[in-house]
Design a protein around this ligand. Structure first.
Ligand code: HEM
Length: 408
């Protein structure tokens, strides 16, 4: 009998040790994948030393953005001066907003959402969530970047612009339809109507140069954070933190670089991709709950491991990290998500979201489908009496500097 117990004990110990060894092996593999992705994003993998080389590595895979939107900015240029001027402009816009403009921005966002809801066509009581958030995020972005007033904006032009941007984006990703000149022209005309003060513009003054890195990275993570935090019944505090939304649903899923196939070869390059989304979802790094929407991960009391810190890069990495990473990006997401929740409430106050005829999963343990087209069928069930008090103000901290102060 004691022999049997002894054998059993040995088996259990060996099984435990094997498990530990395999877990450690998985962790090391995941850490290696993260290191590779980070070194692609921060350019160290390529051993390039000059700004000119880094711009070439980045601009080549982003050529599609230039073709589709005619944009000339840090993402698409190989010209160091153009890059420096654009980066300077982006930093200026961001700094200006940092000078205490967030309370005013919150008021403007509320009025922008009212205008969007009254403009958008829907079969009451179902509101199409993705188009709604697109228009809403777009007009708030125009306000943040160009001080355009939503009250004087032609919402029809905003809708047209967001529809065309979405279509061109999909086409630039290799969808079969060719990019239509007529779409580009209609987008140009819509922007002309929405931002008359910017018109006429030259190539570097094209408002899309700024709009694309700001708005396009924003609206999808806003939809997904709003649904996760307000509908999947997480805490109200979750609405005030963008970090988990950016972790589970990074807007830039992959950062591409054009990798020269031979050293010194300036010819055709094979693209290398930093898989940001995978880094953010590695269970061996983030734990068995890696795919759950769990804002507590980023709470002060919850210590992020070094592996997690290395893996987290929603704003890129290294020398070319996004200038909005220090606060502007987070604050804008929080601003939009909180305004949506104030307007439509949360699951507790009757918010319902459907995907076609089926209710979206209500458990924060279910990863939401996050492809651009996956969200097109989502509808938000409005009520006739939207009670703005249904999202209690004490749960929603004001959009303050402290909210995002300690973001990595
Ligand atoms: C949630 C919002 C945002 C996200 C997730 C985001 C994401 C990113 C990422 C991943 C990169 C690195 C790209 C690369 O390495 O190739 C980047 C760079 C950049 N972003 Fe953002 N971005 C956001 C908002 C903004 C806004 C609002 C602006 C401008 C007002 C902006 C301007 C830039 C610029 C200029 C760069 C290039 C920086 C450089 O080359 O030094 N971004 N962004």
């Amino acid at each position: 009998m004691s022999g049997f117990v002894g054998v059993l004990f040995v088996i259990i110990v060996v099984a435990y040790l094997c498990r530990q060894v395999f877990a450690e092996k998985r962790r090391k593999d995941a850490v290696l994948r993260v290191q590779i992705s980070r070194s692609i994003a921060d350019f160290t993998l390529f051993g390039v030393r000059t700004l000119a080389d880094r711009l070439i590595l980045r601009a080549t895979p982003n050529l599609r953005l230039h073709t589709a939107f005619d944009i000339i900015n840090s993402f698409t240029t190989t010209d160091e001066e153009v890059h420096s001027r654009f980066l300077g402009l982006a930093k200026l816009v961001i700094r200006n907003k940092g000078n205490g403009g967030w309370v005013e921005a919150s008021r403007i966002a509320e009025s922008a959402l009212d205008l969007t809801v009254s403009h958008i066509k829907f079969d009451w009581p179902f509101l199409p969530l993705a188009p709604l958030v697109r228009i809403f995020s777009f007009i708030v972005t125009l306000n943040l970047l160009f001080s355009a007033n939503p009250k004087t904006m032609d919402l029809r032009q905003a809708r047209i612009a967001t529809e065309i941007i979405n279509r061109l984006w999909l086409q630039s990703k290799g969808k079969p339809e060719p990019i239509l000149l007529v779409d580009q022209e209609r987008l140009h005309n819509a922007l002309k109507a929405l931002l008359p003060a910017c018109y006429p513009w030259d190539d570097e003054g094209n408002p899309l140069n700024l709009i694309m890195p700001a708005y396009e990275t924003m609206w999808r993570v806003v939809v997904l954070t709003f649904v996760s935090a307000a509908y999947q019944g997480v805490t109200l505090r979750a609405l005030n933190d963008s970090r988990e939304g950016l972790c589970l649903y990074p807007p830039t899923k992959r950062v591409y670089r054009a990798y020269p196939s031979m050293p010194g070869n300036s010819g055709i390059c094979s693209p290398a991709a930093a898989d940001v989304e995978r880094c953010h979802r590695e269970p061996s790094i983030w734990g068995p709950d890696a795919l759950e929407f769990k804002p507590a991960r980023f709470c002060r009391s919850h210590v992020l491991t070094d592996d997690m810190k290395q893996a987290y890069m929603p704003f890129g990495a290294g020398k070319h990290v996004c200038p909005a990473a220090a606060g502007f990006g987070h604050r804008t997401i929080i601003l939009l998500v909180v305004t949506l929740a104030k307007h439509f409430g949360t699951i507790e106050s009757g918010l319902r979201i459907r995907d076609g005829d089926v209710a979206l999963p209500r458990s924060p343990r279910s990863l939401l489908p996050s492809g651009r087209e996956d969200m097109e069928g989502w509808t938000l069930e409005g009520t006739n009496s939207i009670d703005r008090g249904s999202v209690c103000e004490d749960g929603l901290e004001s959009i303050s500097a402290e909210t995002v102060e300690d973001v990595m």
